[in-house]
Each structure stands twice: as C-alpha cells, then as structure tokens.
Design a protein around this ligand. Structure first.
Ligand SMILES: Nc1ncnc2c1ncn2[C@@H]1O[C@H](COP(=O)(O)OP(=O)(O)OP(=O)(O)O)[C@@H](O)[C@H]1O
Ligand SMILES: [Mg+2]
Length: 354
C-alpha cells in the first residue's frame, strides 16, 4: 500500500456532492497537487485528509494505518491554509514553536527546531519580529516553518500562495519546491493555478465536479490529456469533434480526414492540438486553410487566431523576431500528426493517435 491512500472517499452535504468516490495513492516524499476549478472539491478532499471534515463514505490510510476516525490533532499533519493565520501577538519564533508545544516537545528541542526551520525558510534573522512587521511572502514562509517544525508525515497546503502577488508567487514556488526536496516531506497542495501545479508537482491530480478527472506527471498530462477538460484546464488547446465509423481506417474531423489504425477509435472523438504545435505552411501538406483573424504580441510569443472550416484555431509561435503572418492573410496550417491527440469521448478508454 502507498504511504497515503484515499479509498472511495466522498463527501455529501445534503444534496451537494462535494467529493465523489475519490481514489488516490500518494508515495512517500511525493509532491501532489490537487488542481481544478472553483467548487470542484479540492479543499474538501484536503480537509478530509486533515481530519476537519468527516467523509460520508470511504477510508484514509496513512503509512498502513486507517486514520479515518482519528482526531485531527492526533494525525500530526502539517497544515498551511490560504490565509495562513499567524498569531499576531506572538513573535515569529513563538508562532513556529506553538505546534510543538501542543505536541509536548521539550523546550530545548523546540528551540533547536525553531532555529533550524527558520533557517530552512531563510528567516533566521527574523525570529523576534511580529507578523505585522513582515512582508506577505515572509509571513507565508513563517506559516510553512510552523507546519514543518512539527516534523509532520504529510504537509497539507491549501492555496498557500493565494495571497501573494504574481512575481512573489513565482519566487515562492521555486523556493517551496527546493525546500520540499530538501526536507523530503510528502506534500499535498491545493491550487486552481495550473502553472503552479505544473511547476511544483511530481504528479497533478486534476479534479472536476467532485471527481478526479486525470492523474499524471505534469509533462505526461500536458502531452496526453484525456479529453477536452484536461486539455483546456492544463494549458490551452484546440479541440475538434470528429467521428470514425466501424469500417473506416480514417477519422473524420470536420473537413479533415486522418488515417488511423486505432481500432478503439469508433464513434465520437475529440481531436486535440496544442497551439504551439501548429505551424504556418505554404506547402501542399497543409492540413487546414484559413484566414488570420487576430494577431497578438505577448512578449515571449505571438498568438494567432485563424478562422478555418473547423472553426477558430489558435496557434502560438515563439517570438524569434518579426511574425510570419498578419491579420487578413490567407494561411495554411500544419502540425505533426504525432503531436495531436485523438480521444474517444464519453469516458471510454482513450484511443490516442501516436
Ligand atoms: N460546509 C459545507 N456545506 C455545504 N456545502 C459545502 C460545504 N463545504 C463545501 N461545500 C460545497 O462543496 C463543493 C466543493 O467545495 P470545496 O471547498 O471543496 O471546493 P474547492 O475546489 O476547494 O473550490 P475553491 O477553488 O473555490 O476553493 C462546493 O460546491 C461547495 O459549495
Ligand atoms: Mg478551496
């Protein structure tokens, strides 16, 4: 059994299903993100692991032990919530020491751990300050130090960087990743920010409407989304609908006819192409023709929107100088077929081209 296992975990509030039959295995030392839109059940899942919310059904196992009915304080997990409420009347050191006091850690050991965890988050010099004398990023690190000081088997983070501005957030993400590697603590982080999930996680758990939609390593999930939701929540994607009949060796996606040997691909399909995989093409191998309806400069890349017989198609090109097309231009579009994904719709096994 994995270090942390959720088995058939669900939570209902009256008619609302906040989390439905969630199964998840987390290995020791892994960094897992629960990613998904607002209201999909991320916090509820984390709170069930923390012990603040009692599951309606299912069990939680930690290191081989069923902890479903164990009180939060006895689970000994490190928790950082979005507002990481520090005690305003306590110094940084006292804030970090607090959880250890609750656990009955002797004072000598407490002092040692306060010093070492504050060093770990680069706040060794701020032990005697009060929270109001710290920046947002520093406060966030105190909250992290406080959670780590109790040497928890699992660290639970709920939107830990939600209160930080974009630049600080990016810096903290890199720091948090390095820190988690150093300490090696198993971590589950809730976020609705896909870039944050990809930057930090060993694996991403993508949730939608109370269910787990897909689980995977960031690169694998980005390259092999299992449908429209995954492909558009994790990155951007052009999703075309298509079909394949029983007898045909090709898939029909609007005006596109694509050869496929995949026998699973019968019926309705989604054909997914990432914007950065599409090139302009003047050759005869262009898969689609269209007219550029918008061109936007985004600094490190150009974004184009092209109107085609399949609908609007978005593509992005790295800014390597002047753009290759202007609004109103007639263009051909090409992409390597192995970079497109063909997915059977309605939750059957994914038949993926390439
Ligand atoms: N105590 C509660 N009583 C009733 N419904 C609740 C309760 N807590 C959560 N819910 C509902 O359960 C669903 C999941 O909520 P949850 O807080 O887990 O979402 P979330 O994914 O964390 O969203 P966000 O990104 O907005 O924080 C929502 O529809 C929410 O309204
Ligand atoms: Mg939440």
């Amino acid at each position: 059994m994995s270090f942390l296992t959720l088995k058939g975990l669900s939570k209902r509030y009256g008619d609302v299903t906040a989390v439905a039959a969630c199964d998840l295995s987390v290995e020791k030392g892994e960094f897992i993100s629960l990613l998904g839109p607002s209201g999909c059940g991320k916090t509820t899942t984390l709170q069930m692991v923390a012990g603040f919310v009692q599951p309606t059904t299912g069990r939680i196992y930690l290191d081989g032990r069923d902890i479903t009915d164990v009180k939060p304080s006895r689970r000994g997990l490190g928790i950082v919530f979005q507002n990481y409420a520090l005690f305003p009347h306590m110094t940084v050191a006292d804030n970090v020491s607090f959880g250890m006091e609750m656990q009955g850690v002797p004072s000598g050991e407490r002092r040692k751990r306060v010093t070492s965890t504050l060093e770990l988050v680069h706040l060794g010099a701020m032990a005697n300050r009060y929270p109001r004398e710290l920046s947002g990023g520093q406060r966030q690190r105190v909250a992290l130090a406080r959670a780590l000081a109790i040497q928890p088997p699992v660290l639970l983070l709920d939107e830990p960087m939600g209160a930080l501005d974009a630049k600080l957030r990016e810096e903290m993400q890199i720091e948090l990743r390095a820190l988690q590697h150093r300490v090696g603590v198993t971590t589950i982080m809730v976020t609705h920010d896909q870039a944050e999930a990809m930057t930090l996680s060993d694996r991403v758990v993508l949730m939608n409407k109370a269910c787990i939609e897909q689980v995977g390593r960031p690169f694998d999930m980005y390259e092999h989304p299992n449908g429209r939701f995954s492909s558009t929540f994790l990155g951007k994607a052009n999703v075309f609908e298509g079909r394949r009949s029983q007898t045909s060796a090709r898939v029909e996606v609007g005006e596109l006819f694509l050869p496929t040997s995949d026998t699973e691909c019968v019926g309705s399909l989604e054909y997914i192409v990432r914007p950065e995989k599409i090139q302009f093409s003047t050759r005869t191998d262009a898969l689609l023709q269209g007219v550029v309806s918008a061109r936007v400069f985004l600094g490190n890349h150009w974004l184009f929107q092209v109107e085609t017989p399949l609908g609007s198609v978005q593509l992005t090109h790295v800014n390597a100088g002047a753009p290759q097309a202007a609004e109103g231009d007639q263009v051909g579009l090409h992409w390597p077929p192995e970079h497109a994904r063909l997915v059977v719709r309605q939750g059957t096994a994914a038949g993926v081209q390439s």
